[in-house]
Design a protein around this ligand. Sequence first.
Ligand code: ADP
Ligand code: MG
Length: 724
Amino acid sequence: MATFRQRALDEAASHQTGRYYLEEGPVSEYFGKNVLDLDKMQAYMSPQAYEAVLASVKFGAKLDRSVSDEIAEGMKTWAMEMGATHYTHLFHPLTDSTAEKHEAFVSVKEGKAFEKFKGSALVQQEPDASSFPNGGLRNTFEARGYSAWDPSSPVFIMDGTLCIPSVFVAYTGESLDTKAPNLKSMQALSEAATKVVNLFDESVSAVNVNLGIEQEYFLVDESLYNARPDLMLSGRTVIGHTSAKDQQLEDHYFGAIPSRVSSFMKDFETEAYKLGILLQTRHNEVAPNQFECAPVYCDATRAIDQNMMLMIVMQKVAEKHHLKVIFHEKPFDGVNGSGKHCNWSLVTDTGVQLLSPGKTPTKNLQFLSFYAAILKAMHKHHYLMMASVASLSNSYRLGGNEAPPSVMSVFSGSTLYRVFQSILNMKDVKVDSHTQESITIVNSLPEIFPDNTDRNRTSPFAFTGNRFEFRAVGSSQNVASATYIINSVVAESLNDFYDQVAELEATGVERSDAVMTIVRKFVAESKDIMFEGNGYSKEWEEESQARGLRAVKNVPEAYEVYHEEQTVELFSKLGVLAKNEIEARFEILNETYVKKLQIEARIIGDICLNHVIPAAVRYQNVLIENVKGIKDIFGEGYMDFCSAEIETLKKISTYINNVSVDVEELVEARKRANKIENIAERAKVYSHDVKDMMDKVRYSADQLEMIVDDEMWPLPKYRELLFF
Ligand code: ADP
Ligand code: MG
């Protein structure tokens, strides 16, 4: 066999199952060990300093410089006790990953070494990270970027470094990351939601977002991964024929976890527990070698930080197991892709889950108000919602017959759907005057609700009892970018809801009647977003179009939504993103799209020229020699004995020719596209011309994989990559 592949397979076979991260005692004993939470902090600083941190965490109060030195000192003491030598601000630049620049605590004065960590270093760090994408917001020579501590997320230790969760902003104040707009969107949402809750309950003064993030991923043996340049460089296989068996038998989903994988899972869970990440579920997913884990939900900022940390931890732990974790949305054609289901809910500072139907008519009215506002938000901004998850990698997954469709809809479950239908059909919306119809609807909710266990896996945005599950988010994405969009559209809609209720009330209508009227109005205006059927079906594709719902068919085209007036108004009114920040994001999204596609296009070209064609030519020569030999022996009548070889020769020669011609064309397509100055236009040309050529190249390369002698094929095949 081709030595490259053979060696990889031999190595893979030698990899053992084992546990490398073990902690003594039950999980509760080491849970959060590496995190400096508020409780622990108390022991390391004066009551005044602690109060300052608390005020900052709870109310976003600015930290006084006079206490920040003391807070930093306390953190350093704890970190050093834990064996840390460095600190870093950890931030989420606009690349879907995390960034860190480690600084040593150690310092020297008059020849004497000592450990130093000043308040100023805690609060702010200037990473001089001038090459992070900034969409033209920041010129390297004028406005530098700096990271600033976000006290709402606790500091922790990883790999001997004190990690300080931070935002990343330009000196001129613009956000250069996904975290700052997310924090702003939560503020806006809290204000809007509090106004609406206060219509029913005066005691609430803030509303928080909870997130539970389910993470799907693939595992591949490290040696096989290293033998696939495409997986290594782009996170997905750009060629590869489907395996004879993949997920048809559905024998992997929820099946027994292979022991090598289960050891890996236990190990990364141990490391995650130490970081205070409460992982709760683990199971096999639908595709072979695809798995999922989910933590218990918590406040959104922490959930997002933890998800980003979890991805890093999983990669690190995987190294010991000679495994690679693949977070790409569609690493393998023909089997399911991976998502990051985002379970989103609202909770008041008094602990009330606003998306749980209540037990009394007032609570139900409150629930319906929120639900109606969310429906309207999803309807109005349905295209933006889908654009929020649009990326090159996710585009290979969305709209396939296993992932959410590329058009937005909201699934409510039959009970709730019926409730909305009756609200729409209500003749009278009076609540207090005991109009039987409306009272029954509102009263009946809690009784019937518990039976509602519907799950619709074909909906991008499904209500699941006390939360919405946004299933379209890609597995490699930083959830923050989708979250700040959900938060913003809902905040805008709640503001609108409140204003309309207030307006009605001002005319003398009783509050509950006013609320019910606006609930009905909102539901009526957004009924087209509600869909209970099969989101994968052809009928829905047509139906959604007829309803005027726009599907994301092309990624760079979807990004144009950031230029639409209602999007700009949405973000700027709420103070989430200013116009130039939106523009910067638009640029970066397009730039990232082009760069990633460019890399993939290069990889497929290289693989074809350096791996596929040489292997195919070798086999072609074997066949030629064979035919020649047969001719030598049988003379004139040789064709009677080698028609099969001749047929194969014809095919192989055709495909070799196609691959080389198409690779040329692909290079040309790229060159033409690269000449286009405007990045958004370039991205569009890439999305058609370059992508189409890649598909063509792949088709012929995959045909060759089927024909060429298995012994000669240089790259690990799907059947080898996908099964342990
Ligand atoms: P499923 O795969 O059936 O959707 P999982 O158990 O895999 O369910 O994941 C559900 C996720 O939703 C978990 O992270 C869970 O903590 C989270 N979750 C549960 N309740 C809420 C809630 N009220 N708000 C946000 N997330 C929630
Ligand atoms: Mg799940």
